[in-house]
Design a protein. Structure first.
Length: 349
């Protein structure tokens, strides 16, 4: 492993840096030193979950390569494949993308989600959002950060509160935001529905307040459904009306956003519906070229900003200069490599 010193990003619990491993450019997730207080149990959880990651392989899950230990902190560092841009970065920069691109990306995410949910025991992501969907240079979408909250023993509401990236909490279903939350794989389906709203509207889908004054009794408040909390974004996408038929995926979005987990579709239905939508609006050569140029532009801009930061004496590097490691990345299981950017939670049933 060779750390180049380039920092690729920061989150609430880790910094992502660039490393070179076996001649490949990779990303490595370094847990902040402040978490060392969790002691040996943190390392044990990482090792347990990395064994799980070593059993996973799917084209729409970020490939997990192994771990090494940072000599400075003695904390484990997760090594994974490098991908140039997140879905959130694309939407933030370009707004609404062509329908063909949206459908292809959402189909890929649904395929990755179905794979996780079909494992035995089932795997729950817990923090699915456009921040955790990475895009390859050839237009494939991959899910990353599989259940990092599980490793750090942080519930979804706390993970959402801690994150430094705006909008993460807007992806959380109501059952995950309660004290001592109880939830299953349906939490990911809700997040997928929010991702549909995000991508198809081209806007971060921040929900309105969860309660409002009862018009029939001004002294009382009533709950607002998760669908209505995002009504302004659904209107942008196209809700049905007396004059308009509405967006073809609107009914699916509303089912995903149901307040009741048992009314949400499963991941297999998401794959079926998104595959049908993508087949009706297939990617063209022009779409592919356009998207590859957009991703390349995002990567170029990131590298330019890092260079300017370094010249200005900023924090574009994790430490001065590059660091040579003689460490070898330990595979999650001997003789195998897996997928994922964190570690997925095992569902209870």
């Amino acid at each position: 492993i060779r750390e180049t010193g380039e920092e690729l990003g920061r989150g609430s619990y880790a910094a992502v840096i660039e490393v070179h491993y076996k001649g490949m450019r990779c990303a490595a997730k370094k847990i902040y030193d402040i978490l060392r207080g969790q002691g040996d149990r943190l390392v044990e959880r990482f090792e347990e979950e990395c064994r799980l990651l070593g059993t996973l392989r799917h084209p729409h899950i970020v490939q997990f390569l192994g771990i090494y230990f940072d000599p400075a902190t003695d904390l484990p560092v997760l090594v994974m494949e490098f991908l140039p841009a997140t879905l959130a970065q694309c939407v933030d920069r370009y707004g609404r993308l062509p329908a063909e691109i949206c459908y292809a990306i959402l189909r890929d995410v649904a395929l990755g989600l179905r794979y996780l949910h079909e494992q035995r025991p089932r795997l729950i992501h817990r923090d699915l959002s456009a921040n955790n969907v990475l895009l390859t240079g050839d237009m494939a979408a991959k899910i990353s950060d599989l259940g990092v909250a599980k490793i750090l023993q942080i519930n979804p509401a706390e993970m959402s509160r801690m994150t430094q990236t705006p909008g993460t909490q807007s992806y959380m279903p109501p059952e995950a935001l309660r004290p001592n939350p109880q939830y299953d794989i349906e939490v990911d389906v809700f997040s997928f529905g929010v991702m549909m709203v995000h991508v198809l509207s081209g806007q971060w889908p921040f929900p309105s307040e969860a309660t409002r004054v009862d018009p029939r009794n001004p002294a009382a408040v009533i709950g607002v459904s998760e669908v209505e909390r995002r009504a302004q974004y659904l209107d942008v996408i196209g809700r049905p009306s007396d004059e308009e038929e509405g967006h073809p995926l609107m009914a699916l979005i509303e089912r995903c956003l149901s307040n009741s987990p048992n009314l949400r579709p499963n991941a297999s239905e998401l794959v079926e519906r998104m595959s049908d939508a993508s087949a009706q609006r297939p990617l063209t050569f022009s779409n592919r070229v356009d998207m590859m140029q957009r991703i390349d532009s995002i990567q170029t801009e990131k590298e330019t900003l890092q260079t300017r930061s370094l010249r200005a004496g900023g924090t574009g590097r994790t430490r001065p200069g590059s660091t040579e490691r003689t460490d070898r990345a330990e595979p999650a299981t001997r003789g195998s490599s897996g997928s994922g950017g964190g570690a997925a939670e095992i569902a209870s049933r």
